[in-house]
Design a protein around this ligand. Structure first.
Ligand SMILES: Cc1ncc(COP(=O)(O)O)c(C=O)c1O
Length: 383
């Protein structure tokens, strides 16, 4: 582990294991942990290991490339990948025994061709568009897919593993489309069964549905965000989830400036009185939204010090006040994290940042840049 970095994303794997348990208890179903986008930027492989150790039965990824990287890092569990172009490495996926969720008869045909060329049976799932109108097999291509799947199964080119769909209104628990989408997936599964193919693993629910609509769980739920400790429906509570990531740094420099001195690019803020500044080496290249300039606080020694002036690519400046706030160079500076991470005033959360720029915490956490060294604590696997 790099102990010389400017910036760390400390990831509590014990929190992730705990969150898997919360999701299983709330939904009453097995958990497929979604670890796409490098585990929502927490680090796919360590998160994958922690979730599997906590009982997750499979891992969800968008891209075959992501799934193959996990395989290469030694994860031998059930990997499902669901987003492909015509250039996708289906042959590599078959070789690595990745469950390929297909969204069209064309994708299925490409998988079948790949299975023949590799000389192995491909494991496939059907991703059914039950109302999201994004990826997934559309209603008018469904019958074709079932026929093609039946033919490919009897040839031994594919084995049907699962059936899945994704909700359009998971975060609006009572929205009528949720039940309708589930009904449509159930109907699709019935079609498959009538054609002699029974999927082992049927799954619908993302985080909000896993937490609030246990009736929508089928064989498993498929949460992402909540695995990392965030409630996708904060108005309904935190469900006992624990945010896993703390984005933290150290004060790299302290300096005194006179009243009237402007700070950072274009001097958008100037000191009203003589004051001390602290430089925090984290910027928008690391995922700190520039749009939060002048509107975020950094937690140092139990106090929140305001960012002043523009947030830059690599650094931001905080006002330590006329007495320097008792802060020294090298002191820990927490940008966001779980609220209980440090004593004193609450630590800002990813949700606070998201609210500040009018986005969702999904975007804040998944944009934490690669320069933030990932460091893992409380590994339930004991590594
Ligand atoms: C197909 C699919 N399933 C599950 C998830 C996980 O969703 P969430 O992070 O809301 O739990 C995603 C994420 O966008 C997804 O695309």
């Amino acid at each position: 582990m790099d102990s010389h970095a400017n910036l760390y994303a400390t990831v509590d794997l014990g929190a992730i294991a705990h969150n898997v348990g919360v999701l299983r208890d709330r939904s009453g179903a097995d958990v497929i942990a979604v670890v796409k986008a490098d585990g929502y930027a927490h680090g796919a492989a360590p998160v994958a290991r922690a979730t599997l150790a906590a009982g997750a039965i499979a891992l969800g990824l968008a891209q075959i490339r992501e799934a193959r990287e996990l395989r290469a890092s030694g994860i031998d569990g059930h990997l499902i990948a669901w987003l492909h172009t015509d250039q996708a490495d289906f042959a590599g996926a078959v070789t690595d025994d990745i469950d390929i969720a297909v969204s069209s008869p064309r994708q299925l045909a490409a998988v079948v061709a790949a299975a023949r060329s590799v000389g192995r049976t491909a494991t496939v799932s059907v991703k059914v568009d039950t109302g999201l109108a994004r990826s997934g097999i559309s209603a008018d291509e469904w019958a074709q897919c079932v026929d093609d799947l039946a033919a490919a199964s009897s040839e031994g080119a594919v084995r049907l593993s699962g059936a899945m769909c994704h909700l359009a209104f998971g975060d609006v628990p009572d929205h009528p489309l949720n039940s309708l989408q589930a009904q449509r997936l159930d109907d699709a599964v019935a079609d498959l069964k009538r054609s002699g193919m029974a999927p082992d693993l049927v799954h619908i629910a993302n985080s909000p549905a896993a937490l609030t609509r246990p009736d929508l769980a089928r064989d498993a739920v498929r949460p992402g965000l909540s695995v990392y400790g965030y409630s996708p429906v904060p108005d309904l509570g935190d469900f006992g989830l624990i945010p896993a990531m703390t984005l933290e740094s150290r004060i790299s420099l302290i300096k005194r400036i006179p009243a009237g001195q402007g700070v950072s690019y274009n001097h958008t803020w100037a000191a009203a009185e003589d004051t001390y500044l602290g430089v925090v080496p984290a910027g928008y290249a690391d995922g700190v939204p520039r749009a939060l300039s002048g509107r975020l606080g950094v937690h140092v020694n139990g106090r929140l010090f305001p960012n002043v002036g523009r947030i830059c690519m690599d650094q931001l400046v905080i006002d330590l006040g006329p007495d320097g706030g008792g802060v020294a160079e090298g002191d820990r500076a927490i940008l966001f994290g779980p609220q209980s991470a440090a004593a004193g005033v609450p630590v800002p959360t990813a949700k606070d940042w998201a609210d500040g720029v009018g986005t969702i915490d999904y975007e804040i956490i998944s944009r934490v840049g690669s320069r933030a060294v990932r460091r893992y604590v409380n590994d339930p696997a004991g590594e």
